[in-house]
Unconditional design. Structure first.
Length: 290
C-alpha cells in the first residue's frame, strides 16, 4: 500500500512539473502518436597534441615524451645542473647540494661534480665528510674520482672497470628514463601555454608521484605531497623540471625538499681534463689517456 501511494504521489508531482510526456509516452492528447526528436549528442573534443606524448589534457604517454627528450640530446654534448635542498619549516637548510654533469657528444667522456653546502649528517653515517665529489672519465680507459674533504685535502681513486660501466650509465643518460618513472601513473595537467613566439615551452604539473623515485634523507619518513613541474618544448625536450615534496628527519622533524634540474649548453658543452688530473694519475698509478 505504501508503494502504491508513493507512485501516485510521484505521478502527481511530475504532472505538476509539466512532465506529462514522461507519463503518457508518445501519445498526443488527440490519441495520435507524437514524433520524438532525438536530443543532440555533444561532440567529444579530442585533446590537441602539443608535443610527443603531451596533449592539452596533460602527459598522455610518458615513454613517448621521455624518448623525445633523449632524442634531442642524442649524440650531442650537454650540461645538466641539479640543485637539491632540504629545508626546515623556518627556511633554514638541513642539507643542500649542487650537481653538475658535463657530457661529451659521444656520451663517453664526462665530468660529474657534486658540491655540498650545509650537510647535517646522521650519526649512523660512516662516510667521511666531504664538501666536493668528482668523477671524470675520458670515455675510454680512465675514470678517476676525487674527494675534497672539509679540511681542504683531496683524495684520489681510480675507478674499476665494473664501476666505470655503472657510472657511464648513470651520469651520461640524458634523463628521460627518470622522467618516465616519475610520470608513469601520476596525474598530470597542462597549466601554462607559451604566450610569446620566442618562448615555446609548455608547463605541466604532475601529482601522485611514485615515492620510490624521490630522494629522501636517512629517516624513515616517506615523501608526501609530491609535485613535479616540467617545461617542455614542442619537440618534447624537457628544458627543466622541479620536484617538491615533504618528508622528515629520523627524529620526525618536518622538512620540505626542492629539487631543480636544468639542461643547457646543448651541442657546445666541452669536457676538458680537470685541474687535478695529473696529480690523480701520479697518486693512483692509473694509465692516463693521451
Amino acid at each position: 500500500m505504501g508503494r502504491a501511494i508513493g507512485s501516485c504521489v510521484l505521478v502527481c508531482l511530475l504532472v505538476l512539473a509539466g512532465c506529462s510526456g514522461l507519463i503518457y509516452g508518445n501519445e498526443r492528447s488527440d490519441g495520435s502518436a507524437a514524433s520524438v526528436t532525438p536530443a543532440p549528442v555533444p561532440a567529444i573534443e579530442e585533446a590537441e597534441r602539443l608535443a610527443p606524448g603531451l596533449t592539452t589534457d596533460g602527459v598522455r604517454n610518458a615513454s613517448t615524451l621521455a624518448d623525445a627528450h633523449n632524442e634531442t640530446l642524442r649524440n650531442r654534448s650537454f650540461t645538466e645542473r641539479t640543485s637539491l635542498v632540504f629545508r626546515y619549516s623556518n627556511g633554514t637548510a638541513y642539507r643542500e647540494l649542487n650537481r653538475t654533469t658535463r657530457v661529451s657528444e659521444t656520451g663517453g667522456r664526462f665530468h660529474y661534480v657534486v658540491r655540498r653546502g650545509t650537510w647535517t649528517r646522521s650519526d649512523r653515517s660512516s662516510r667521511p665528510p666531504s664538501r666536493r665529489f668528482e668523477l671524470w672519465s675520458d670515455g675510454d680507459r680512465t675514470t678517476l674520482r676525487a674527494d675534497t674533504l672539509v679540511n681542504g685535502t683531496r683524495q684520489y681513486y681510480e675507478i674499476s672497470s665494473r664501476e666505470e660501466e655503472l657510472y657511464q650509465r648513470w651520469f651520461t643518460e640524458p634523463g628521460g628514463g627518470r622522467l618516465a618513472l616519475l610520470l608513469n601513473g601520476s596525474d598530470t595537467r597542462l597549466t601554462e601555454r607559451p604566450n610569446r613566439s620566442d618562448v615555446q615551452l609548455y608547463r605541466v604539473v604532475a601529482t601522485d608521484l611514485p615515492d620510490r623515485w624521490l630522494s629522501t634523507v636517512d629517516g624513515p619518513a616517506p615523501p608526501r605531497n609530491a609535485t613535479l613541474s616540467l617545461f617542455v618544448s614542442p619537440r618534447g625536450f624537457v628544458h627543466r623540471y622541479e620536484i617538491r615534496y615533504d618528508t622528515a628527519t629520523d627524529d620526525g622533524t618536518p622538512l620540505t625538499v626542492t629539487q631543480q634540474v636544468h639542461y643547457s649548453e646543448i651541442g657546445v658543452t666541452t669536457v676538458p681534463r680537470p685541474s687535478w688530473y695529473g696529480e690523480a694519475i701520479n697518486r693512483t698509478n692509473a694509465t692516463g689517456s693521451s
